[in-house]
Design a protein. Sequence first.
Lengths: 255, 75
Amino acid sequence: MYMDINDIIKPENLVYTKPRLMNDNPMHYCPGCSHGVVHKLIAEVIDEMGIEEETIGIAPVGCAVFAYNYIDIDWIEAAHGRAPAIATAVKRLNPKKMVFTYQGDGDLAAIGTAETIHACNRGENIVIIFINNGIYGMTGGQMAPTTLEGMKTSTCPYGRNVALNGYPLRIAELVERVDGTCYVTRQSVHTPASIRKAKKAIRHAFENAMAGKGTSMIEIVSTCNSGWKMTPVKANQWMEENMFAKYPMGDLKNV
Amino acid sequence: MAKIKGAVVVNKERCKGCELCVVACPSKVLALQPAEVNDRGYHYAFMQNPDACIGCASCGLVCPDGCITVYKVKL
Ligand SMILES: Cc1ncc(C[n+]2csc(CCOP(=O)(O)OP(=O)(O)O)c2C)c(N)n1
Ligand code: SF4
Ligand code: SF4
């Protein structure tokens, strides 16, 4: 049966649109960047849980420094790596609020490692969303603690050499061993199926925080196609072929 | 069997031409404009093959910039 496109494009037939809490500001992220997908999932989860008035995000230093420009909730911008410390204070002073951090791997796994591990060890009732793209995106693609062995960046142009630079740091495995965490999972957002799973993980983490179960960390293995010097489509393939071996998908802890 | 028809609307000024929606679509509906660009200079996505759309929303889910709205009807 022939159907005119204008008979399909009607409000009653809507199945998907930009999340209500994501505003119309054009995002500064590079084309195809994983940050945008994760922003959408956070906005959807907050909307679906009906907690937009109760949620406070702590933004990092890194490409996501401007997260507060895109999701219409309350935000605080932390100094580099300090988001879990700020989140701790905010949550302790406002125990009914839903408090989460959003951090890259330069922010969380380098300068902010101590804050992260201690917040997890104290079992703060917060959610840590950790974007692991294996590189410092914002500053021009330098090596991060998470950079893969052999991976080229502007500060290791011949590839990361473990003899010189150490091993890629697996943060999820570290915080899984710490008693204060209740949920540690590793997800990705490169396919429709993985995006649906990552959203469920974010929702579960938010529910844990509201129930006072301890710290939840969602590591999202991500791309930085500009820093990796690939197209967005190629970067997703490269991530699957290279990052997933070192950073395997799935729950590490769920108590 | 009920037939399903879908359609998408791309916010062409918001689109950055990343191509992620094009590869995510199982029905090969979408393409990037070969010549035309938006105000910011990106070759934006459009429905090249609208009849094939099944309204699955795969494109919408993967779009980092929230540019795609998806509609679906059961015939
Ligand atoms: C105290 C301090 N040291 C260093 C910097 C420089 N700096 C800005 S962003 C960044 C790293 C960002 O990388 P990442 O956290 O992986 O986030 P991405 O940009 O990749 O999303 C660094 C080192 C800073 N702003 N403040
Ligand atoms: S809704 Fe599904 S079939 Fe239609 S364009 Fe998007 S991905 Fe393709
Ligand atoms: S995924 Fe979004 S930004 Fe990328 S080409 Fe498609 S509509 Fe444009």
